[in-house]
Design a protein around this ligand. Structure first.
Ligand SMILES: [Zn+2]
Ligand SMILES: [Zn+2]
Length: 349
C-alpha cells in the first residue's frame, strides 16, 4: 500500500505533463458498436464524473464536456488527479458512452498577434490535451483562432505553429484534435473549408480532423435547409477537406438567418434551419461515421432531454431518458449578454 501511495504521489508531479507516461495499450472501446452516436454538451459543475451520468440519463450515448472552466485562464489548479481520471474512465466504460468530446476554453486564440496571449493560449491548449489524455477523450474540439487584424494567411501560419508547440512532447495516441468551423464572426479563422484545410496541410504530423457545426455552416451562407443545399455543402466539404476527417457534427438549429455570420444556437426544429433539414443531416450517408453532439440552449428545464429525444426520433428510434426529470439547469450564454451590453453602449453614444 505504501508503495502504491508513493506511485500516486509521483503521478501528480506538476512537471509530469512535459514527460507524460507512455500511452496505455490500445483496446477497442466499448462504445464503438458501429451504431449512431448522439450526444449533448453536458455540464461538469460539481464533479466531472457527474457529466457522464447526466448525459446517460438524458438518453445520450455520447457527450461533450469542458474539462475546466471555459471562460477563465486556469493556472495550475486544473489538473485532474489520477484517481478522478480512473473513476471517470471506469464509469464511462460502464455506461458505454462515446465518443467523449472535449471542447476547449473559449479564451484560447492560437492566432493571437500578441505574443503574451498566444503563449498563454499555447499553454492552455497544452493543458487541454493533458486533461483530455487523462480522461481518455476521443476528440478535442478547438476554434482555430482570430486573426485580429492580421492577414488570414499569417494567422493560419501562427495557428499551425502554435498547434505544433502545444503538442510537443505529448503522445496523443488515439486522441484527435478537431478544428471547428466558425460562424464567420469578426476576424475568426475557419469559417470556410479552405482555411481549415490550410491548417490541416500545415500540420501533417498531427492528422487533424474537423468538427462541423450546423448553425455556423448556415450562418456562413450554406443553405442546408434543402436537400440540394445540404448536398452542395457536404460535397464541397468532401472535396476541400475530405469527409473522413469529419468526426463530429455539432447539431444546432440557428436563431439567426442564412448568411448572418452571427452564432446563436436554437433548439432543434425551432430555428431557421428547421426539423426536416435535421432529419436529412442525421440520416445523410456522408455523415454516417460522424458523432452528433447538441450544443442547444437550455431555456427551460427539460430542454436538454427534449433535444436529445428529437434527434433519436429523427433517426427513427425512441430512446427513453432514465435520469431524473430536471436534467441540466437553464444556461444562458454570456456571449448573448455581452452582445446586449455592447448594443446598449453603442446606443448611448
Ligand atoms: Zn459548436
Ligand atoms: Zn456556435
Amino acid at each position: 500500500m505504501a508503495e502504491a501511495k508513493y506511485l500516486a504521489e509521483e503521478v501528480f508531479d506538476p512537471a509530469d505533463e512535459y514527460r507524460p507516461a507512455p500511452a496505455p495499450e490500445p483496446e477497442i472501446a466499448a462504445w464503438k458498436t458501429g451504431g449512431i452516436r448522439i450526444g449533448i454538451h453536458t455540464s461538469i459543475a460539481g464533479d466531472v464524473r457527474r457529466a457522464l451520468d447526466l448525459a446517460h440519463g438524458l438518453g445520450a450515448n455520447a457527450l461533450q464536456i469542458f474539462s475546466a472552466s471555459p471562460r477563465m485562464w486556469i493556472r495550475g489548479a486544473s489538473r485532474i488527479t489520477d484517481a478522478d481520471a480512473a473513476h471517470f474512465r471506469a464509469r464511462r466504460n460502464e455506461l458505454t458512452l462515446g465518443p467523449l468530446v472535449i471542447h476547449c476554453n473559449y479564451l484560447i486564440n492560437l492566432a493571437s498577434p500578441s505574443l503574451v496571449l498566444r503563449t498563454r493560449s499555447v499553454q492552455a491548449f497544452h493543458q487541454e490535451l493533458v486533461r483530455g489524455l487523462a480522461l481518455g477523450a476521443d476528440y478535442i474540439v478547438l476554434h482555430p483562432g482570430s486573426a485580429l487584424g492580421a492577414e488570414p494567411a499569417a494567422a493560419i501560419g501562427l495557428i499551425a505553429q502554435s498547434l505544433k508547440q502545444a503538442t510537443r512532447g505529448l503522445n496523443l495516441g488515439g486522441m484527435r484534435i478537431l478544428l471547428e468551423n466558425t460562424a464567420g464572426q469578426g476576424s475568426s479563422i475557419g469559417s470556410n473549408f479552405v482555411e481549415l484545410r490550410a491548417i490541416i496541410d500545415a500540420c501533417p504530423e498531427l492528422s487533424l480532423g474537423v468538427c462541423i457545426d450546423t448553425a455556423h455552416t448556415f450562418a456562413m451562407g450554406w443553405d442546408i435547409r434543402t436537400l440540394v443545399g445540404l448536398n452542395r455543402a457536404l460535397s464541397e466539404l468532401d472535396r476541400v477537406i475530405g469527409i473522413d476527417r469529419v468526426a463530429v457534427v455539432h447539431v444546432n438549429d440557428s436563431k439567426t438567418h442564412l448568411g448572418s455570420r452571427v452564432d446563436r444556437h436554437q433548439h432543434i426544429g425551432k430555428g431557421k434551419i428547421g426539423l426536416e433539414a435535421f432529419r436529412r443531416i442525421l440520416n445523410h450517408p456522408l455523415l454516417a461515421k460522424a458523432a452528433f453532439i447538441l450544443e442547444t440552449p437550455i431555456d427551460r428545464p427539460g430542454d436538454d432531454r427534449r433535444n436529445v429525444a428529437t434527434l433519436w426520433k429523427l433517426v427513427g428510434k425512441t430512446v427513453k431518458a432514465t435520469g431524473k426529470r430536471d436534467g441540466m439547469k437553464a444556461r444562458r450564454t454570456r456571449y448573448r449578454i455581452r452582445i446586449r451590453r455592447v448594443a446598449k453602449r453603442s446606443r448611448r453614444r
